[in-house]
Structures are given as C-alpha cells and as structure tokens.
Design a protein around this ligand. Structure first.
Ligand SMILES: C[S@@+](CC[C@H](N)C(=O)[O-])C[C@H]1O[C@@H](n2cnc3c(N)ncnc32)[C@H](O)[C@@H]1O
Length: 227
C-alpha cells in the first residue's frame, strides 16, 4: 500500500481510497476516457488522477475561471476536465509534444460533446516554446488556471511561465509533486525528474509571487495562488 497514490492505482492505501471515493465526481465522458486510457493507451499510468481533476474543476467553477493552460495533454483527461468546468465562452489550451494519444483516444470520446470539444485548443509542440509564444503575443496576466503535468525537468520553467501568464488570484496546480513519495527521501533524489520536482517544490514554497500549499492529493498536488 502506498500513502501517495493516484486513486485508480489499486495499491492506494485505505485513507487515499476513502478520500477519493468522497471527492471524485466524473461525467460519463470522463468515465469513458479513463476506462479507454487505462485499458488501451501506452503508459496509461500517466493518466491524471481523477481526484486531482475533480479538485481542479471545483476551483474553476467556484472562482469562475475561463482561460486555462493545460501543460501535458496525453489522452486529454485533464483538458476534458477543465473544458467541462469552464463556461461556454471559456477556453483550454492543451500542450503536448505529440498529440498522437490525444487524437487516437481522446478526440473520438471528447468530440461526442461538441460544446465541450470546441473549448479545447490543442497545441502540438514543445510546451515551453508554446508558452513563451503566448507571452510574446502579449497574453501575460490573461489566464485563470494552469495545470502543469508534462516533462518533470521543465517543471520550474512551466511554473515561471504560468505565473507570468496568470492574472492576480489565478491558480496553478503542479501535478506529481510528491512523485510516489521519492522527493521526501534524500537518498531517493537521484534521477533528474525527482530532483527537478523537489527543487520546484522548494522554489514554490519560497516564491514571493504566490501563496501556496503542497497537498498529498493524487501523486502530490502543489497548489499556488498568484498574488
Ligand atoms: C503525464 S502526461 C499528461 C497527462 C494528462 N495531463 C492527464 O491528465 O491525463 C505527460 C505528457 O507530457 C508530454 N510531454 C513530455 N514532454 C513534453 C514537452 N517538452 N512539451 C510538451 N509536452 C511534453 C508527454 O507527451 C505526455 O503526453
């Protein structure tokens, strides 16, 4: 049993299971995409934890968030969650270096709801370069919410770009911030992803641009609020 776990991992401990059973709310499309991803997609454990997605949807709905940055699409589970939580004139920019899995598994399911699907702007390419393009395009301070869930070595860069692109009061979720618990043990901070996540956690805690809290939700969720 693991005390840090995505709830769909059957080895999650009873406390994780108890909390997620009283947190996760999924639409039929979300249930279908989760099942399709876990059954058929390669590296299916990259799928976003449903408890993290539900928590993020709660934020978006409660503060009326409209514009979202979704860094790391995979099959589209997080993009779908945000698209369902923003209003009809909301938009979700979802970035991935390769949208093959999104097109193969996500698009056929998400496009069943035209209203939701049309809110998603899928941008294929280096997420860092694409975020920099938005900044160069004058879009700083115009986004409400960012979900960081792509390559871990760039977490600090994605966080910085998100702080720039968010408006005051905007919220950032950094996914996998506990990385299976490995960040908590200095002896296990040996690979570059673990080191990058650990350094980003310290950076966020010390960052004067945001208020923040590191939560044991899913594989760890570092939540930052732009001052
Ligand atoms: C953990 S998955 C995203 C999961 C998704 N957010 C969800 O909720 O199911 C990480 C994704 O980041 C993408 N990725 C990796 N490096 C990237 C980069 N440099 N730029 C953009 N995307 C990248 C991978 O292709 C992968 O699909």
């Amino acid at each position: 049993m693991s005390t840090v776990a995505k709830s769909y991992n059957k080895k999650a401990d009873p406390v994780v299971a108890y909390c997620s059973e009283r947190t996760v709310v999924q639409s039929p499309l979300q249930v279908e995409l989760q099942k399709e991803t876990l059954t058929n997609a390669p590296m299916s454990m990259m799928l976003g934890a449903p408890e993290v997605l539900s928590f993020g949807q709660n934020f978006l709905r409660s503060f009326g968030g409209k514009r979202v940055l979704d860094v790391g699409t995979f099959t589209g589970a997080s993009a779908l969650a945000w698209a369902q939580a923003v209003p009809d004139d909301g938009e979700v920019y979802t970035f991935d270096i390769d949208h093959t899995n999104y097109k193969k598994y996500g698009v056929p399911i998400i496009s069943k709801c035209e209203k939701t699907f049309k809110k998603i702007n899928a941008v294929e390419g280096s997420a860092l370069e694409e975020l920099d393009k938005l900044i160069a395009d004058g879009q700083s301070g115009t986004f409400d919410f960012a979900f960081i869930d792509a390559d871990k070595v760039n977490y600090s860069n994605y966080y910085d770009r998100s702080v720039t692109l968010l408006r005051k009061g905007g919220v950032i979720f950094v996914d996998n911030s506990l990385w299976g618990g490995s960040v908590c043990d200095p002896a296990r901070r040996t690979d570059e992803s673990t080191v990058a996540i650990h350094e980003t956690n310290d950076k966020i805690y010390q960052d004067d641009r945001t208020y923040s809290a590191l939560l044991n939700l899913g594989d760890g969720t570092h939540v930052a609020f732009k001052k």
